[in-house]
Design a protein around this ligand. Structure first.
Ligand SMILES: Nc1nc2c(ncn2[C@@H]2O[C@H](COP(=O)(O)OP(=O)(O)O)[C@@H](O)[C@H]2O)c(=O)[nH]1
Ligand SMILES: [Mg+2]
Length: 392
C-alpha cells in the first residue's frame, strides 16, 4: 500500500529545492572565485613517479583525474621512472591523458644510494629493524623505497622535465578523486600565492625517523637559523611540540600535493635538504619524503603560503578525506562516505588548522631540545655516532 503523507512530502520537496539552489550557488561561487575553465592556464604539470608494473593502477587513476579535473584544462602530465618506460606503457598512458604525456628517465646520480652511505651500517640497521619485537614498520627492508623517498625529497624538482614547470601536482598510481574539481586548482594556487597545498596530514611512524629532528636542529644551529623554530610567521608550531621540544610527527601526506617547484628549488630548501642528506638518514633509518619535506617547508614558508584543500574528496588507501559539507558534496558529485573521513581521527593532524585559524599558541623563545628516541639509540646513528662519512 502506498501511503503518502502530504506534509512530509512537501517538506522533503522544499528541502530538496533548497539543496538544489545551494548547490547551484556553490558551483557558481566556486567557479567565479577560483577561476573557471576560461581562466588562463598556468605553467604547471601533473607528476607521477612510477614503474612499468604500476600501469593498470595508474590508468584507473588517470581516467579518474581526467574525468574529475583535467578534461577541462588538458594540463601536461610528467611520468618519471628509474627504468625506461616500455612502449605498451607509453601508448596506453598517452592515450588516457588529455594533455601531453611526457616520459622521463631518472639518472643514477639522482636515484642510487650515495657513496657516503656505509652499506654495513645500513644493513645492520635494517636487520635490527626487521627483528623489532613489535614488528617491522612498512617498507623496513626496502632499498628502493628509501631511494624513492630521497629522490622525492631533494631531486625530483631538478629533473630536466620538471625544470620546465612552475607548479606540480603529485599523483600516485591507485589514488582516487571522489569529487569533481570545478576550478583550475593550479590557478587557485598561483592567484592566492600558495606555495604548497595538501589534503591529508597525519602522524609519522616515529621509528622511521629517530634522528631526523635532532639532525635538523643541528643543521639549524650550525647555520644560525634556530630562530626559525621559534617563529610565529612560518609553520613551526605545526612541527614542534613545544611542551616536549620534539617533533610533533605531523606531516603532509605527500601522495597528494600541489607545490611550487621554485620553492623546492630555492636556496633555502636546497640548503636544508643537502645538509640533512649528509646524515644519510634516508638509508640508515628510513626517513620518509613526507616528514623531511614537511619539516623544511614548515620552516621556510610563511603563513599562509600553505593551504589545505578541505573541499576535495581524495583517497590513497587506507585513508580518505571526504568533505563534511553536504552542499559541497552535492555540488561536486562526491562519491565518498563522510563516515570514513580521516579529518577527526586521532592520528590526523587536521586539528592544526583549527589551532592556526583560532587562538595561536605561544612559543617559548629558546627551545632546549631533548632527544626523544623511542628506539634503541644504538640503532640510530646520530651525527656523533655515525661514520664520519655521514657527518656533515
Ligand atoms: N620508478 C619507481 N617508482 C617507485 C618506486 N618505489 C615507489 N615508487 C613510486 O613512488 C610513489 C610512492 O610509492 P608507494 O609504494 O605508493 O609508497 P606509499 O604510498 O608510501 O605506500 C608511487 O608513485 C610509486 O609508484 C621505484 O622503485 N621506482
Ligand atoms: Mg602510495
Amino acid at each position: 500500500m502506498n501511503t503518502v503523507f502530504p506534509s512530509r512530502a512537501v517538506g522533503t520537496g522544499l528541502a530538496h529545492l533548497v539543496l538544489v539552489f545551494q548547490t547551484l550557488f556553490a558551483v557558481a561561487v566556486t567557479a567565479t572565485a577560483l577561476g573557471g575553465p576560461s581562466g588562463e592556464l598556468t605553467n604547471s604539470t601533473l607528476y607521477t613517479l612510477c614503474r612499468n608494473s604500476d600501469l593498470y593502477d595508474l590508468l584507473d587513476t588517470i581516467v579518474n583525474y581526467e574525468a574529475r579535473f583535467n578534461h577541462r584544462y588538458h594540463y601536461d602530465w610528467v611520468f618519471l621512472n628509474d627504468n625506461p618506460f616500455d612502449d605498451n606503457f607509453k601508448l596506453l598512458v598517452s592515450n588516457a591523458v588529455s594533455g601531453t604525456a611526457r616520459f622521463g628517465l631518472i639518472s643514477e646520480e639522482m636515484w642510487e644510494i650515495p657513496e657516503s652511505v656505509d652499506r654495513h651500517v645500513m644493513e645492520a640497521n635494517i636487520a635490527r629493524v626487521m627483528a623489532d619485537p613489535e614488528g617491522p614498520y612498512p617498507y623496513a627492508d626496502s632499498l628502493s623505497y628509501r631511494k624513492m623517498c630521497r629522490f622525492e625529497s631533494g631531486f625530483f624538482q631538478w629533473h630536466p622535465l620538471l625544470l620546465e614547470y612552475d607548479y606540480f601536482w603529485r599523483v600516485e598510481p591507485g589514488v582516487k578523486l571522489h569529487c569533481d574539481i570545478p576550478y583550475d586548482i593550479f590557478r587557485h594556487m598561483v592567484d592566492n600565492n600558495f606555495r604548497y597545498g595538501f589534503t591529508i596530514s597525519m602522524l609519522e611512524y616515529s621509528k622511521t625517523i629517530p634522528t631526523l629532528f635532532n639532525s635538523l636542529w643541528e643543521v639549524l644551529d650550525r647555520s644560525c637559523q634556530l630562530e626559525l623554530l621559534n617563529s610565529d610567521e612560518n609553520y613551526s608550531n605545526y612541527i614542534l611540540n613545544v611542551d616536549s621540544n620534539s617533533y610533533s610527527l605531523c606531516h603532509f601526506w605527500t601522495n597528494f600535493e600541489i607545490g611550487d617547484l621554485n620553492t623546492f628549488r630555492s636556496k633555502e630548501y636546497s640548503y636544508l635538504f643537502n645538509e640533512l642528506d649528509k646524515y644519510n638518514g634516508f638509508f640508515y633509518e628510513r626517513w620518509g619524503d613526507a616528514p623531511v619535506r614537511t619539516l623544511i617547508l614548515s620552516l621556510i614558508l610563511k603563513y599562509p603560503q600553505i593551504t589545505r584543500f578541505k573541499d576535495l574528496g581524495y583517497q590513497h588507501d587506507p585513508y580518505l578525506q571526504c568533505p563534511q559539507d553536504l552542499t559541497i558534496r552535492a555540488a561536486n558529485r562526491c562519491s565518498c562516505d563522510t563516515k570514513l573521513d580521516i579529518t577527526n581521527k586521532w592520528f590526523s593532524c587536521s586539528w592544526y588548522n583549527k589551532r592556526r585559524d583560532g587562538v595561536r599558541r605561544l612559543i617559548p623563545k629558546k627551545p632546549s631540545l631533548q632527544l626523544a628516541f623511542d628506539f634503541a639509540p644504538a640503532l640510530a646513528p646520530s651525527s656523533s655516532s655515525s661514520s664520519s662519512s655521514s657527518s656533515p
